[in-house]
Design a protein around this ligand. Structure first.
Ligand SMILES: [Zn+2]
Length: 208
């Protein structure tokens, strides 16, 4: 019977390893609408868990507090373009589109030395025209696949459950470090990170 018990135990170990391998994969954590006064708290949590993320920043917020953008970039996170003032890009002229993108490039470049190659249109508002204009400016559009609607402040546990219930290998998770009170997002982040790491996920950044 001892041999049987040992075999069962060994099979259990094998099953656990296979299960971990099945669940493992890469996810992309992204933060929109910053930088803001919540950004340093998010950076501290990311640093604590050894995780890097992609920050889609608004040019007007970078201009208001450029040191925050330097801090994000210096920590090894990716800083990308979310327009200057968050318009619906389907409904602006070609000139406004270009100004929204290029002015944001300029303030990010001034802090990082890097010109963003990814563009995340506000409100997930894209059509063929938005894709064509983005391409003409050398940008690739990057949206998301997991949206817990944290901006609506549904509660810390709701944010956690919505992320953890939908995430799978390759997921791009949308959270917000700016645009309002982000204390629920900050509070949800440690459990999200520790749970995803326990599931075997690695975190990658987007540079396009
Ligand atoms: Zn946004």
């Amino acid at each position: 019977m001892a041999a049987v018990a040992a075999l069962v135990a060994a099979l259990g170990v094998v099953a656990a390893v296979v299960s971990a391998q099945t669940a493992s994969g890469t996810v992309y954590l992204s933060f929109d609408d910053g930088p803001s006064r919540y950004t340093p708290r998010i950076l501290a949590i990311l640093d604590q868990y050894g995780v890097h993320a992609t920050f889609f920043e608004l040019g007007e917020h970078v201009a208001a507090d450029p040191g925050l953008t330097r801090q994000v970039y210096a920590q090894g996170d990716s800083v990308q373009n979310h327009t200057w003032s968050h318009p619906d890009l389907r409904h602006v002229t070609a000139g406004v589109f270009a100004t929204q993108v290029r002015s944001t490039d300029a303030v990010i470049r001034a802090q990082t030395g890097y010109t963003p190659l990814c563009l995340r249109p506000p409100y997930e508002a894209v059509d063929a025209g938005v894709y064509a204009r983005a391409e003409s400016l050398g940008k690739q559009i990057r949206l998301w696949t997991v949206d817990p609607q944290d901006w609506a402040r549904p509660g810390t546990s709701a944010i956690e459950h919505r992320v953890l219930g939908k995430v799978k290998p390759g997921s791009i998770i949308l959270l917000h470090d700016g645009g309002g009170n982000r204390s629920q997002t900050v509070a949800a982040l440690p459990d999200i990170l520790s749970t995803l790491q326990a599931r075997g996920y690695a975190f990658a950044t987007m540079w396009c």
